[in-house]
Write a protein that binds this ligand. Sequence first.
Ligand code: ZN
Length: 170
Amino acid sequence: MAKLKILEFPDPRLRTRATPVAEVDARIRTLIDDLFETMYAAPGIGLAATQVDVHERLLVADVSGDQTEPHALINPVIVEKDGVTVTDEGCLSVPGYFEPVERAGHIRVRHLNRDGEEVEMEAEGLLAVCIQHEMDHLDGKLFVDYLSEAKRGRIRKRLEKERRQQAQVA
Ligand code: ZN
């Protein structure tokens, strides 16, 4: 397993629209393992392949807090959604920022599992929010896109400044 580097906003590669996984093979299973390792180390509750610069439709999530409920979703499609929930969301690609975002409170997702079988799962609450957030990444979308342009601009400027300061120290 390997820990991967996470791209950070406003890196333009985060705007890439991912293509479907053609075959769930050993390469994809290794990528799933690496995504889990990277997510748990961060630590985070979800990670999309897009965030590690792999532009295929694949995400991992675990909202348990103790690494006991890992979910790996390949080529996920939401087939049902209802309810509304507002959560303070953060993102490993937008470190240090949490802002309220409105999403469906309950979803039903069709996807391939790590054995390549088509399955459906239901999710509600934080897991539903997390899956919707990660699926946005696969379409090149970030949670800051739901904020006002002024707020997104402020976050972008502060992150760019922090990165310049880090570059000078390094
Ligand atoms: Zn994110």
